[in-house]
Write a protein that binds this ligand. Structure first.
Ligand code: GTB
Length: 221
């Protein structure tokens, strides 16, 4: 059955791979499943056909036969549960890998995303800089805890898993930020993820969308 995911027609990140379709692409590449991508405009994301797939009008979505899914965490978990390569066989190790996937989206991601939301929505407010101090404090706390747990290990719990895939994807939202540079082991962890051939294939695929759109608009070549 064909797998179809959705992604931004024009990603605001200009091909940096920060939108959440990247996680789904990466997971599909890790397990060797071919997929198709339906690009959606911001207008189409608000229309009934897309809202039927994603009630919040967001990307990514995942369709396979009768199944339609939303939420990148649920999609990555579904892929990992149905194809070998992203979850250990041992039941306890499998449960722990899933716990890391949840930790990425429910413990790490909210504090990290708050930094961007504040910048876009509150950046002009007089209290913005002061609030960012608190936001950065909350991010540092979580990065410090994660860094302590990772220590010198290669991955969070044994072999690379869907938990690492999701965690690295979340940490990448801080790429280029001095906050991340305070934790060299987390930087090295991210770099290990980015060095995986599946990550590279996924990254190039999403970047090709940006390049094609830009070329169509006469900005390149
Ligand atoms: N919890 C959902 C999930 O994990 O799937 C969140 C999905 C989500 O936030 N999707 C975003 C979206 O569709 C795209 S990824 N936003 C449009 C909207 O809400 O109207 C978030 C994102 C957007 C842009 C950048 N960027 O430009 O760097 C990075 C990440």
């Amino acid at each position: 059955m064909t797998i179809t995911i959705t992604a931004f027609e024009r990603s605001p990140d200009r091909g940096r791979g920060l939108a959440r379709d990247m996680r789904v692409r990466w997971a599909l590449e890790e397990v060797g499943q071919p997929y198709e991508v339906r690009l959606v405009s911001f207008k189409a994301m608000r229309e009934p056909a897309h809202l039927a797939l994603q009630p919040f009008g967001q990307i990514p979505t995942y369709e396979e036969g009768d199944l339609a899914l939303f939420e990148s965490g649920a999609i990555v978990l579904h892929i990992a549960e149905h194809h070998p390569g992203l979850l250990p066989d041992d039941a306890n190790a499998r449960a722990r890998a899933i716990a890391w996937l949840f930790a990425a989206v429910s413990t790490m991601e909210p504090v990290i995303v708050d930094r961007e939301t504040a910048r876009f929505q509150e950046g002009k407010e007089s209290w913005y800089e002061e609030r960012q101090t608190y936001v950065h404090g909350r991010i540092r706390k979580r990065l410090g805890e994660l860094s302590a747990r990772l220590g010198t290990a290669e991955w969070l719990d044994g072999n690379f898993s869907a938990g690492d895939l999701q965690m690295i994807s979340v940490l990448l939202r801080l790429e280029g930020s001095p906050l991340l540079e305070e934790y060299p082991n987390l930087c090295a962890y991210i770099a290990r993820g980015q060095a995986r051939p599946a990550y590279k294939r996924a990254f190039e695929a999403q970047k090709a969308v940006f390049l094609a759109v830009s070329a169509g608009e006469g900005k390149f070549g």
